[in-house]
Design a binder for this molecule. Structure first.
Ligand code: ATP
Ligand code: MG
Length: 446
C-alpha cells in the first residue's frame, strides 16, 4: 500500500482518488476554499468521502504551511510516496511538496518552466524545438514594440494564465490598447484563486493559424510517451474560446505520430519527467507549433471522452505513473470515436421563462451523455473563458468526423430550441474517412 497526497482536485480528477482507493492505497487530500469555484460541490464532497483524510488550508501555495499541516497529522518525510495535483493552479506547490518530502512528484523546475509561458518558449528556442515568435512584456509601450517586431496579428496573454483569462488576439495597436484597458476590469472581477496566479507580465506571441490539437504525454522518469491526440473545437468568432474535443484526432497516422513526437519533445525539453501533461499544439502550414504546455493532466471533460474512445482511464495511468509504473508502450489504441461540445451563451442572456423545465431530455436519445444547467428564467453569462459553459453534449460514433458532425447538428437543434445564440464553433477541415467520402462525392464517385 502506498500513500498519495493530492493537492486539490478537479471534477473528473476524483476518478484518480477513486482508483487509488480501489487499489488499496492511502489518500490524503489537501483542499482550500480558494479553488471551490473550479470543482462543483458534489464532486468535492465525493473526493472528501473517498480520501482517508482531507486537510483544509486557507491557501495551498505556501509549501511550508502544507508541510506543517501534514506534520500536525503525523506525516513527514518517509510517510508519503507521491504528491500530485490535477489542477493547474496547484501543480507548483504539489511539485515542491514532493521534493520537500522526498516523495515522487513532477520535477519542480520542469513544472515551473511550463507554467511560465515565456520561459517555456525560451527553453524551446534554446533546444531548437520549433516554436513561435514571442516577447514577455509588462506594459503597453513594450507590448506595442514587441508586436511591431513580431508582426500583427498577435496573441497577448498572461505568462502564467489559465482558463483563457485576459487573453486576446489583436490585429493592431488599437487592439493592444483595448487589451490593457479591459484587463484591469477583468482582473478586478476575477476569482481570487486565479488572480493570485497572475502578475503584470504578459507574453506577446505570433498568431499560429490552423487547427488546434492537444496531446496527453506520459512521462515515467525515462520515457515520454504520447498517449492520445485530440482535435479541439475553437470558437468561430473568438478562436481563443475552447468549445470541445474529438477523440481520436482524425489525423492520418503519420501526421498523428509526428504530432505526438513533437509534444513529447516539448515535455522532454522542459524537463517534465514524471506525470501526464496536456500539450496544446496548432497544426500550421509550417508544421506543428506549441500553443501551451500544461504541466498536469487534461482538465475539463476530455478525460471522459478519452476513456470512451480507448476504454482506458488517464487517471488510472496517472496514479500508476506516480507510484513507479512505466508509461504505456505507445499511444492508446482507440476503439470508437467520441466528440463533445460545450454549450455556452454567446451573449449575457436570460433563458426564456416559457421553456419546459425538462427541455434537455428531448435531446438525450441523440447523445451518449451530456447535461445542461440552463433553467427557464435563469441568467447565463456570455462565454469568456473555460468556466462559463452551462452544459455539454457528447456523441459516440465509429468515425471521429461523423461524431463531430452529429455533435454539431444536435448543438444547432439545441440552439433553435433555446431561442438564443450559443457560442459558435469554428468549422474544422475534415480529415480521415469523412474527408475521403466528401472528396469522392465531389468528384462524382460513390
Ligand atoms: N500563439 C497563439 N496562436 C494562436 N492561438 C493562440 C495562441 N496562443 C493562444 N492561442 C489561443 O488561445 C487559447 C488560450 O491560450 P492558452 O492555452 O495559452 O491559455 P490558457 O489560458 O492557459 O488556456 P487553458 O488553461 O484553458 O488551457 C488557445 O487554446 C488558443 O486557441
Ligand atoms: Mg490552453
Amino acid at each position: 500500500m502506498a500513500h498519495l497526497v493530492f493537492v486539490e482536485i478537479t471534477a473528473l480528477g476524483v476518478q484518480s482518488i477513486a482508483y487509488a482507493k480501489r487499489q488499496g492505497h492511502e489518500v490524503t487530500l489537501l483542499r482550500s476554499p480558494l479553488y471551490d469555484f473550479i470543482t462543483p460541490p458534489a464532486e468535492r464532497a465525493e473526493a472528501e468521502r473517498l480520501a482517508d483524510r482531507t486537510l483544509h488550508a486557507p491557501d495551498l501555495q505556501d509549501v511550508e504551511v502544507l508541510r506543517a499541516l501534514l506534520a500536525e497529522h503525523g506525516m513527514g518525510p518517509g510517510d508519503v510516496d507521491a504528491v500530485l495535483s490535477t489542477l493547474s493552479l496547484c501543480v507548483l506547490p504539489a511539485a515542491r511538496l514532493a521534493e520537500r518530502l522526498g516523495a515522487r512528484g513532477t520535477p519542480y523546475e520542469g513544472a515551473a518552466a511550463a507554467r511560465d509561458k515565456g520561459r517555456c518558449r525560451e527553453i524551446l528556442r534554446a533546444a531548437g524545438v520549433p516554436s513561435l515568435g514571442f516577447a514577455v512584456v509588462s506594459a503597453l509601450p513594450e507590448a506595442l514594440r514587441a508586436a511591431d517586431t513580431i508582426g500583427y496579428p498577435v496573441v497577448i496573454k498572461p505568462v502564467s494564465g489559465v482558463g483563457k483569462a485576459v487573453t486576446s488576439i489583436v490585429a493592431d495597436a488599437a487592439g493592444l490598447r483595448a487589451h490593457f484597458a479591459d484587463a484591469a476590469e477583468e482582473l478586478r472581477s476575477m476569482e481570487p484563486g486565479l488572480a493570485a496566479e497572475l502578475d503584470e507580465r504578459y507574453i506577446v506571441e505570433e498568431l499560429a493559424v490552423g487547427e488546434l490539437y492537444s496531446v496527453e504525454v506520459a512521462a515515467d522518469g525515462e520515457r515520454f510517451t504520447p498517449l492520445v491526440a485530440v482535435g479541439r473545437k475553437m470558437g468561430r468568432d473568438n478562436p481563443v474560446l475552447e468549445l470541445g474535443c474529438t477523440v481520436p484526432s482524425g489525423l492520418p497516422a503519420a501526421e498523428e505520430a509526428e504530432l505526438g513526437a513533437y509534444a513529447a519533445q516539448v515535455c522532454r525539453a522542459l524537463g517534465l519527467g514524471l506525470g501526464i501533461f496536456h500539450v496544446e499544439v496548432m497544426r500550421t502550414a509550417r508544421g506543428f507549433r506549441l500553443i501551451e504546455t500544461n504541466p498536469r493532466i487534461s482538465g475539463g471533460s476530455l478525460p471522459d471522452s478519452v476513456r470512451l474512445a480507448t476504454d482506458r482511464s488517464l487517471f488510472e495511468i496517472l496514479v500508476d505513473l506516480f507510484l513507479g509504473a512505466p508509461t504505456p508502450s505507445g499511444p492508446l489504441p482507440w476503439r470508437r470515436a467520441a466528440s463533445h461540445t460545450f454549450l455556452a451563451a454567446a451573449h449575457d442572456t436570460v433563458v426564456p421563462a416559457d421553456l419546459a423545465a425538462d427541455w434537455f431530455e428531448e435531446f438525450r436519445p441523440r447523445l451518449h451523455s451530456g447535461f445542461s444547467r440552463a433553467v427557464p428564467g435563469g441568467r447565463l453569462r456570455a462565454m469568456n473563458g473555460n468556466f462559463d459553459p452551462f452544459g455539454l453534449i457528447r456523441v459516440l460514433d465509429t468515425d471521429p468526423d461523423r461524431a463531430a458532425e452529429e455533435c454539431a447538428r444536435v448543438r444547432g437543434d439545441i440552439e433553435k430550441r433555446l431561442g438564443f445564440p450559443l457560442t459558435a464553433v469554428a468549422e474544422r477541415a475534415l480529415t480521415g474517412a469523412a474527408a475521403a467520402e466528401s472528396a469522392a462525392a465531389q468528384s462524382g464517385g460513390h
